[in-house]
Design a protein around this ligand. Structure first.
Ligand SMILES: [Zn+2]
Length: 279
């Protein structure tokens, strides 16, 4: 199979959920604060993912919640720096206020983006991409992101995509996610949460990718997940015990083994596009 699989990770706190009345998220697992996020599962999941990628000699894209990055060990940060780095808010803000009832002003949005960008720049390098927390975005947000010097956004989802490629919008390159179909012809998203929650199999995701690969108008498939989801279940609201954890890690590794030749980071895909467009 000669088809790109863009592999992306939203590195946010352990299961970020909305808190009514403020834009920052809290952890669904334990009481935390915007500046001191719960990252027990996130940190473990990240190590596991980095191990696999290093073993396979592959790069991926990591959208970082800046408050989480602040808490990661220096060694983890140095391993992350080999990969494509993006921004996922400072404290997983709901920029639209859809789940919090709190709609930030343009100035508040800008301040959050600036703070997050400064932290990521300081600890790694200026983030090239952006993915909105909860995938909640509007044109103004993307314009702010573009004005701050980000090069691409990956917050949009093309539903049941019949064509898929990066395109220019609001001064950015948009590199959308997409949905497709699984083995039962049901709608499947590139987010792997159903794999982690035992609701879908590795084969469903392989079917989704192969199906997209057969369409010449689809330039890539994009997978996405959260490092914490390897180590906790939102359905059971618990950190996974040994046997369930091993099953979960095994499923993810099984998927990676199947697609390792095709996996790449978003920045690698964009480099390929710009080389292709050279006169
Ligand atoms: Zn997120």
């Amino acid at each position: 199979m000669n088809h790109r699989v863009l592999l992306t990770f939203d590195v946010d706190r352990d299961w970020p959920i909305e808190k009514y009345g403020r834009m920052e998220a809290i952890s669904g697992m334990k009481d935390d604060t915007p500046d001191d996020p719960a990252i027990r599962a996130t940190a473990q999941g990240l190590e596991f993912i980095l191990d696999i990628l290093e073993e396979k000699g592959k790069r991926a894209t990591f959208f970082l919640e800046a408050a989480v990055l602040n808490k990661l060990q220096r060694d983890t940060v140095s391993r992350l720096s080999k990969h494509d780095i993006g921004c996922h808010g400072y404290a997983h803000e709901d920029f639209l206020g859809l789940g919090t009832g709190y709609t930030p002003t343009s100035e508040e949005r800008t301040n959050v983006l600036r703070t997050a960008q400064a932290i990521i720049s300081d600890r790694i390098r200026p983030p090239m991409g952006f993915r909105a927390p909860y995938l909640r975005w509007d044109r103004e947000l993307l314009r702010l992101v573009s004005n701050l010097g980000f090069q691409y956004d990956s917050s949009e989802t093309i539903k049941q995509a019949t064509a898929l490629q990066a395109y220019e919008t609001n001064g950015l390159l948009e590199v959308p996610l997409s949905t497709g179909t699984d083995m039962e012809n049901a709608i499947i998203s590139g987010y792997l949460w159903q794999l982690h929650e035992g609701k879908r199999s590795v084969d469903d995701y392989l079917y989704f990718i192969r199906n997209q690969a057969e369409n010449p108008r689809i330039e890539y498939s994009m997978l996405a997940t959260h490092p914490w989801h390897l180590y906790l279940s939102t359905g059971k609201r618990s950190y996974l015990p040994g046997d369930e954890l091993q099953r979960n890690l095994g499923a993810f590794r099984g998927l990676m083994d199947q697609i390792e030749d095709n996996v790449m980071a978003i920045d690698e895909y964009l480099t390929h596009l710009s080389e292709q467009n050279k006169p």
